[in-house]
Design a protein around this ligand. Sequence first.
Ligand SMILES: [Zn+2]
Length: 137
Amino acid sequence: MATNGLSVHKSEEEWRAILSPEQFHILRDKGTEPRGTGHYDKFYDEGVYNCAGCGTPLYKSGTKFSSGCGWPAFFEGLPGAINRTPDADGRRTEITCAACGGHLGHVFKGEGFKTPTDERHCVNSVSIKFVPEKSDL
Ligand SMILES: [Zn+2]
């Protein structure tokens, strides 16, 4: 087991080779896409969202909801797929892909959304890749 617990290991050069500059900025440098610009902000097809870096399934479409925050919002990730790390300033909790460590966004709790968890995973569209429900049949 690697010391950082990740199953996907790549050097910065390897990531740069497979990711677009925008994906690299967000997934590896913990950037944030501009509010309201994300491809999946208002996208509600049935399927699964995989990590854009390593392809690991992260969220089901059934857990996506309209938060109005300007980024895709999910109330729950797939079990064990997502790691949580408090930001250095303690104000937010970063969420990352548990397989490759790619930055997804932040998770907020107790905001009063009418969801089963009262959590909001605020995820960059750039960090995820949608796979339609029927594609794996
Ligand atoms: Zn990943």
